[in-house]
Design a protein around this ligand. Structure first.
Ligand SMILES: [Cu+2]
Length: 219
């Protein structure tokens, strides 16, 4: 009986230590919510991991001259499958996003993706993001279709999320204590400075405001 009570007490304690919630809101220069921004939390306590880890595999489809999703968030070391669902070919290439444009000196990946034949499943091509320098944002483009733009963001912190349509990213089981918050958004050329948060019994809220209004995606 006593032993059981101790067990319950301990489990309540450990739940409390993991109950820190943090909401990060991203708004643009005009105060409107920004979806598809990547929020990375770096807690001072690195021993606690999320209950639901990020998937180490993701799929980026090419459909109607777009990368879907336009921003893919994965942990470093993840595998990405590229699937061409268009009937025409794509020639996907990558470049560190901070460079602003593609150039020939960077050693990104290149994938020739054949158009999907009628009635047949598209063949996926896989890339593993295990190279040094893959951390952060990678710009995806296409040699054939210059308008195609997409991003893959590789996070080395297990605590990372994309903002939803309401511009928020919600973290519910962060370890208590200090944390740094890093923001990345495709149209924000100069990264906003990191913010500090204090995760604890009261729900923490942080807001980032971009210095730009993100371009609307071509539909
Ligand atoms: Cu293309």
């Amino acid at each position: 009986m006593t032993k059981n009570l101790v067990c319950i007490a301990i489990s309540m304690l450990s739940t409390a230590a993991l109950a820190g919630s943090l909401t990060v809101t991203v708004i643009d220069k005009e105060g409107k919510p920004v979806p598809d921004a990547v929020v990375v939390i770096m807690p001072a306590n690195k021993t606690v991991l999320p209950k639901k880890p990020m998937a180490s595999q993701a799929t980026v489809a090419q459909e109607k001259m777009q990368f879907i999703p336009s921003v893919t968030l994965v942990p470093v070391g993840a595998k990405i499958s590229f699937i061409n669902n268009d009937p025409w070919d794509h020639h996907v290439r990558s470049s560190p996003a901070g460079m602003g444009q593609f150039n020939t000196t960077n050693a990104g990946f290149e994938l020739r993706l054949e158009g999907k034949a009628d009635g047949k499943p598209a063949k996926p091509s896989e890339v593993t993001l295990d190279k040094a320098g893959v951390l952060g944002a990678t710009l995806l483009g296409c040699f054939i279709h210059g308008s195609m733009r997409g991003y893959v963001y590789a996070s080395d912190s297990p605590w990372a999320a994309k903002t939803g349509l309401d511009g928020t990213a919600q973290f519910d089981d962060l370890p208590d204590g200090a944390a740094q918050i890093k923001l990345w958004q495709a149209d924000q050329l100069i990264d906003a400075p990191n913010q500090s948060a204090s995760v604890g019994t009261t729900a923490a809220k942080n807001t980032f405001q971009l210095s730009v209004v993100p371009r609307k995606r071509r539909v």
